[in-house]
Design a protein around this ligand. Structure first.
Ligand SMILES: [Zn+2]
Length: 227
């Protein structure tokens, strides 16, 4: 049975302005989930793709990602995106999340595929494009102790119901405050627009800097071993 995606009520006092957001407010919305959870979301059993490495990136928005956005949009706004209004919902950016690597940095020889992030715009016009207000949402399995601790809401209504549930939790009801969300999400969109060769050059430089840092560390370690 597919898990049902649920947007819990805001438990802040007063409730947070973006939980749920107002219909008319321009917002850039990012959703992040673990692939093990996202793989449970779809009735027809569609699964998250398995890229070969952290550099192997889909060039088009993946089907499960677009479906996740549709589901989340329905929960946030109580309706489907309006096909007659193109700016109602525009997918902007997606990336895989690897443990041991960030989007542009490869930090381990064999990073492990862990999750997926997708960002879409709601009514964001050209004037807001550079730095719109953002809303960060995480998919959380209320029965996964490691994940459930990330959210501050009462999990008990969701842990033993007749159907398995995954929670779509806005940042306001999470343990982490997310003070850098807006800067990070908007930077990701700006950098995604850079030409591939610029991104690749940056990636190479960062990987080299990281290797040098590791080397320095191991040299320091070796000399302290001698002492
Ligand atoms: Zn909230």
């Amino acid at each position: 049975m597919a898990f049902k995606l649920v947007l819990p009520q805001c438990e802040q006092t007063p409730t947070c302005v973006n939980h749920p957001p107002e219909w008319e407010k321009p917002l850039r919305i990012q959703i992040i989930g673990l692939n093990k959870d996202l793989n449970n979301l779809f009735d027809d059993g569609i699964k998250m793709p398995t890229p070969k490495s952290s550099l192997d990136r889909a060039t088009e928005f993946i089907e499960p990602g677009l479906r996740l956005v549709q589901m989340a949009f329905r929960l946030l706004y109580g309706r489907d995106p309006d096909p007659g209004n193109p700016s109602d919902m525009i997918p902007r950016h997606q990336y895989d999340i690897w443990r041991g690597a960030t989007e542009d940095r490869v930090l381990l020889p064999e990073p492990i595929l862990e999750g997926y992030a997708i960002t879409f715009d709601h009514l964001v016009g050209p004037d807001d494009e550079d730095d719109p207000e953002t809303l960060m949402l995480n998919i959380v399995d209320p029965n996964d102790p490691l994940r459930a601790d990330l959210v501050t809401i009462d999990k008990s209504p969701y842990t033993s119901g007749p159907e398995p549930v995954l929670l779509l939790v806005p940042r306001c009801c999470q343990a982490r405050k997310g003070t850098t969300d807006r800067r990070r999400i908007n930077r990701e969109i700006r950098e995604a627009k850079l030409p591939e060769e610029v991104r690749f050059k940056r990636l190479e430089e960062e990987s080299r800097a990281y290797e040098e840092k590791l080397l320095r560390k191991s040299k320091a370690q070796a000399s302290s071993d001698v002492v």
